[in-house]
Design a protein around this ligand. Structure first.
Ligand code: DQA
Length: 143
């Protein structure tokens, strides 16, 4: 079974980007940890990042036919993207676990709302890179 791990804008800057909020691990480090977790859980990991909303929409659509589940950190598009919200709905019943490195509810009010959450299996935030591993465990338990 394949899990798409999809990452949105600015997550390619991890390690350099506001380390007091996002930590010092790079996205490559997180990808490596996801692949390790995938091996332990018997899941193949297809890990991707894009700064473009349309790429994320296309990848969620693609996952609808090709993946057993999706781990999605849509970055700032989480808070704005009706297009990603709609793509998740149309990918159903493929389960989506929403992940954020930071605790979005402890930050600015504009980060409190999520367009992803209403159609996600669940949401994990505030645990840094560990959140990705927890999301994969949650999907493995569900599949
Ligand atoms: C984020 C939280 C978002 O509010 C922010 O725009 C990001 C990263 C996180 O992982 O904590 O880019 O999704």
């Amino acid at each position: 079974k394949t899990i798409f791990v999809l990452n949105g804008p600015n997550l390619n800057m991890l390690g350099k980007r506001e380390p007091s909020i996002y930590g010092t691990q790079t996205l490559d480090d997180i990808a490596a940890d996801c692949r390790k977790a995938g091996e332990e859980l018997g899941l193949a990991i297809d890990f991707r990042q894009s700064n473009h909303e349309g790429d994320l929409v296309s990848w969620v659509q693609e996952a609808g036919g090709a993946a057993a589940g999706i781990v999605l950190n849509a970055g700032a598009y989480t808070h704005t993207s009706i297009a990603i919200h709609d793509a998740i709905r149309s990918a159903a019943p493929v389960p989506v676990v929403e992940v954020h490195l930071s605790n979005i509810h402890a930050r600015e009010p504009f980060r409190h709302a999520s367009m992803v959450a209403p159609h996600a299996l669940g949401m994990i935030c505030g645990f840094g890179p560990l959140g990705y591993r927890l999301a994969l465990q949650a999907l493995a338990a569900r599949l």
